[in-house]
Design a protein around this ligand. Structure first.
Ligand code: KIV
Length: 283
C-alpha cells in the first residue's frame, strides 16, 4: 500500500492519474472512503452545514474542526488527510494562520491544510507553508466569503472575473500550494487554469477537465436531502435505506416483535433456580 503524500498528489498530474478526494468528518466513513481507494480525505468546514446543521460554514471553530480531523485521521491509512482551516482561523494575522495550521498537524494528525482565497490570503498562505505545513488552495465559490459574494453563486462567469481567478491561481502556485480546489466556476475557466498550472486542480462544480474531483460524501451517498447543487451526482440513496430501517424498528418495538430471545442474554438454568429459591427463602 503506497501512502499518499502531497508529493504524490502533485505527481498524479504529471502521470495523468485523476485525483479522487472526498469530504467527510468521522472515523467510520473516513475508514470506508480510505478503503474504497480515495487519494485524499478532506475534513471540510462543510462539517458546519452537513453534520452540525448550521446555515453556513462561518460558525464552525478550530476545536470542532480538530475534534473531527482527529477522528478522520484515525480511520485513514492510505489517503492524504487534509484539514480545512475554518473562518477566522487564518484571516486576522499570520501568527494565527501559522499557529492554527500547525494545530491541524500536531493535534488533528492531518498532513496538510486547505485555505480559501487568492491574492488577499497570499501572505498568510506563504507563512503557513514556510512553517512546514503543506497548503491546498481553494478558489471560485469559496463559501467563507458568502456574504461578500452575496450568496452561493457560480464565480468567474465574465471574462474579467475569470481573469482575476486565473491570476489568483497563478499567485497561489507561486506561493507554493501543492494543489488547488476549484469550486463552482465555468468548466472553460477551470480547464484553462488546469492547463496553465503545474500543480493539480481538484474540481467541485468546475467541470470534467480538472486533474481531480471532490464531493462531500454525504451528498454522493444520498444523506443530504433532495435539494442538491447541480454538480452533485448521487451514487446511492442511503437516506431511504435508513428511513426504512427506522420505520421497521419502530413497528417492531411497538408491536413487541423486537427484541426476541435471539437478541437477549440468557442466565444458566441452575443460576436461575438458585435465584428463585433464594428469593422464596427471603420471604
Ligand atoms: O468544506 C468542504 O467540504 C469543501 C469542499 C467541498 C471543497 O471545502
Amino acid at each position: 500500500m503506497e501512502k499518499i503524500t502531497t508529493i504524490k498528489i502533485r505527481e498524479m498530474k504529471d502521470s495523468g492519474e485523476k485525483i479522487v478526494m472526498l469530504a467527510t468528518y468521522d472515523y467510520l466513513t473516513a475508514k470506508m472512503v480510505d478503503e474504497a481507494g480515495a487519494d485524499a480525505v478532506l475534513v471540510g468546514d462543510s462539517l458546519a452545514n452537513v453534520v452540525l446543521g448550521h446555515r453556513d460554514t462561518l460558525s464552525v471553530g478550530m476545536e470542532e474542526m480538530l475534534h473531527h480531523t482527529k477522528a478522520v485521521a484515525t480511520g485513514v491509512k492510505r489517503a492524504l488527510v487534509v484539514g480545512d482551516m475554518p473562518f477566522m482561523s487564518y484571516q486576522a494575522s499570520t501568527e494565527d494562520a501559522i499557529r492554527n495550521a500547525g494545530r491541524f498537524l500536531k493535534e488533528g494528525h492531518a498532513e496538510a491544510v486547505k485555505v480559501e482565497g487568492g491574492r488577499k490570503m497570499i501572505r498568510k498562505i506563504e507563512a503557513i507553508i514556510d512553517s512546514g505545513v503543506p497548503v491546498m488552495g481553494h478558489l471560485g465559490l469559496t463559501p467563507q466569503w458568502v456574504h461578500q459574494f452575496g450568496g452561493y453563486r457560480v464565480r468567474g462567469k465574465t471574462w474579467s472575473a475569470a481573469r482575476a481567478i486565473l491570476e489568483d491561481a497563478k499567485r497561489l502556485e507561486q506561493a507554493g500550494v501543492f494543489s488547488l480546489v476549484l469550486e463552482a466556476m465555468p468548466w472553460q475557466l477551470a480547464k484553462l487554469i488546469t492547463e496553465k498550472l503545474e500543480i493539480p486542480t481538484i474540481g467541485i462544480g468546475a467541470g470534467p477537465y480538472c486533474d481531480g474531483q471532490v464531493l462531500v460524501l454525504h451528498d454522493l451517498i444520498g444523506l443530504t436531502g433532495p435539494n442538491l447543487p447541480k454538480f452533485v451526482r448521487r451514487y446511492a440513496e442511503v437516506d431511504k435505506e435508513i428511513m426504512k430501517a427506522l420505520e421497521s424498528f419502530k413497528r417492531d418495538v411497538k408491536s413487541g416483535k423486537f427484541p426476541t430471545l435471539a437478541q437477549s442474554y440468557e442466565m444458566p438454568p441452575e443460576e436461575m433456580r438458585k435465584l428463585i429459591r433464594g428469593f422464596r427463602q427471603k420471604r
